[in-house]
Design a protein around this ligand. Structure first.
Ligand SMILES: Cc1cc2nc3c(=O)[nH]c(=O)nc-3n(C[C@H](O)[C@H](O)[C@H](O)COP(=O)(O)OP(=O)(O)OC[C@H]3O[C@@H](n4cnc5c(N)ncnc54)[C@H](O)[C@@H]3O)c2cc1C
Ligand code: FES
Length: 290
C-alpha cells in the first residue's frame, strides 16, 4: 500500500546551511494553560521571514543561546504568514530557559523540518482531526490551513479532548469554532470540576457519536498521548478507514533535525526526515513507533 506522505517543503535560504539558526524575536507570550504557553515569533531578518514556508505538521528547531535546542511543532498555519506560533510545554533545559524570556527577547530558529501533512493529497477529501492534550499543537496548523482554504476540503471535523476545561489548549479559539456551520468542532473534557463547561464531557472516542464520518472519503489526522492512539486508531479501523489515510504525528528525541545524527531513528526510518507524520500503515510495519 502506498504511503500518503509527500516530500518535505524545501527552500534555498534554509537548505544553504541547515544547522544555522536565524534570530527571531518573541513578539507575544500567551499563557494558555499553566506551563503551556503560546509563543509568537517573528524573524529579525525580513527576507528570512518571507522565505520561510512550512507545511502543517512540520517542526522547527528552537534554540536558546547558551542552552541548547529542541524540536517544536509549528502551531500556526502557512496560510497566515509573517509570524510563527509555537505552543511550548515547559519540560526541561531549553523550554525552562524559554519560559524565563520576555517579549522582545531573541531566540534562534531553524527549519522547517520533517515531512508535514500531505495537504495536497488530503485536499478534495473530508478531514477528521482528532487530538488529545498537547496533540493539538501540530494539528492546529492543519486545522487553520483547512479553514483558511475551506473550498479545497470536504467536511471538516475536529475532535479534541482535555482533562478539564482549564487544561484545554487554545480553548477560547476552539470554543469560538463550535458554532461555525462549515465545520463540526467537537470539544470534550474528562471532568468539569467547576461545572462551567458548555460542551461535551466524557472521553475523546465518545465524540464519534456526534460526528458524521464517511471513512471512504476521509483522511484522519491524529495526535496525542499513547492512550489517544490506542482508542482512536481502533475506532478509525472499525469505521473502515484505509491504513494509509490515518496520519499520525509522532515524537522522538532529536538532535540534528536533518537526518545526520541518527538520534531519531525508528528501524530504518528517521523521524526528522520521514516523519514526524506517519501513516498507520507505516506504524504497523515499524511496531516500536508508537
Ligand atoms: C517533532 C517534534 C515536535 C514537537 N513539538 C512540540 C511542541 O509543539 N510543543 C512542545 O512543548 N514540545 C514539543 N516537542 C517535544 C519537545 O521537543 C521536548 O519536550 C524537548 O525535550 C524539550 O526540550 P527541553 O530541553 O526543554 O527538555 P529536556 O531537557 O530535553 O527534557 C524533556 C523531558 O525529557 C526528559 N529527558 C531528558 N533527557 C532524556 C533522555 N536522554 N532520555 C529520556 N528522557 C529524557 C527530561 O527528564 C524531561 O522530562 C516536540 C518533539 C518533536 C520530536
Ligand atoms: S534528529 Fe538527527 S537524524 Fe533525526
Amino acid at each position: 500500500m502506498p504511503s500518503a506522505i509527500e516530500a518535505p517543503v524545501t527552500d534555498a535560504v534554509w537548505s544553504a546551511n541547515p544547522y544555522q539558526p536565524h534570530a527571531a524575536r518573541i513578539v507575544r507570550i500567551y499563557n494558555m494553560v499553566e506551563n503551556n504557553h503560546l509563543f509568537t515569533l517573528r524573524f529579525v531578518d525580513e527576507d528570512i521571514g518571507l522565505s520561510f514556508r512550512h507545511r502543517p505538521g512540520q517542526f522547527a528547531m528552537l534554540s536558546i543561546p547558551g542552552t541548547g535546542e529542541a524540536p517544536i511543532s509549528i502551531s500556526s498555519s502557512p496560510s497566515r504568514p509573517g509570524v510563527l506560533e509555537l505552543c511550548v510545554r515547559r519540560a526541561g533545559r531549553v523550554t525552562n530557559a524559554l519560559y524565563r524570556m520576555k517579549t522582545n527577547d531573541l531566540v534562534g530558529l531553524r527549519g522547517p523540518y520533517g515531512n508535514g501533512f500531505p495537504v495536497t493529497e488530503i485536499e478534495g477529501h473530508d478531514l477528521l482531526l482528532a487530538a488529545g492534550g498537547l496533540g493539538m499543537a501540530p494539528l492546529r496548523s492543519l486545522l487553520w490551513y483547512a479553514l483558511d482554504n475551506r473550498d479545497r476540503f470536504g467536511r471538516v471535523t475536529l475532535m479534541y479532548g482535555a482533562r478539564t476545561p482549564a487544561d484545554m489548549l487554545f480553548r477560547e479559539e476552539l470554543v469560538s469554532l463550535v458554532d461555525r456551520t462549515d465545520m463540526n468542532c467537537l470539544l470534550t473534557v474528562d471532568t468539569d470540576p467547576g461545572s462551567v463547561w458548555k460542551n461535551h464531557v466524557g472521553l475523546l472516542p465518545g465524540l464519534f457519536d456526534h460526528a458524521e464520518i464517511d471513512a471512504s472519503r476521509t483522511f484522519a489526522a491524529v495526535c496525542g498521548p499513547p492512550v489517544v492512539y490506542k482508542f482512536i486508531l481502533r475506532k478509525l479501523l472499525d469505521l473502515g478507514f484505509r491504513k494509509d489515510r490515518i496520519l499520525m504525528s509522532l515524537e522522538r528525541r532529536m538532535k540534528c533535525g536533518v537526518g545526520k545524527c541518527g538520534h531519531c531513528s525508528i528501524g530504518y526510518k528517521y523521524t526528522c526526515l520521514n516523519g514526524p507524520i506517519f501513516t498507520y500503515w507505516d506504524a504497523i510495519n515499524l511496531p516500536e513507533m508508537i
